[in-house]
Unconditional design. Structure first.
Length: 95
């Protein structure tokens, strides 16, 4: 899986998509989860160190997926643990 995300990271179109605000409704936290697949949660821990509000932690993307949903879907247990410790709501549902 890490190789897949490394390939995505090297693709200028994907980098551009993730860096353009609101393209898919990704927050900085969502982007940090994508980065966690490549950097072992370094960026995610930086974002969480800023102590985002519960609303920010549980904010959905345009498809209704929270950062916790994304981390779980991508199979990133360290990211899931970090998000839960920061107050992510495991009962939140997508729409």
């Amino acid at each position: 899986m890490r190789e897949y995300f490394r390939a995505l990271r090297s693709d200028a179109a994907i980098r551009s998509l993730l860096s353009s605000p609101g393209a898919l409704g990704f927050s900085d936290l969502h982007k940090a989860v994508f980065e966690a697949a490549m950097d072992g949660c370094v960026q995610l821990r930086v974002v969480l160190a800023g102590r985002p509000s519960a609303d920010a932690i549980n904010a959905p993307s345009k498809n209704g997926e929270t950062a916790l949903h994304l981390a779980a879907r991508l199979g990133l247990p360290a990211a899931v643990s970090a998000l839960l410790a920061a107050g992510a709501d495991p009962t939140r549902q997508t729409h």
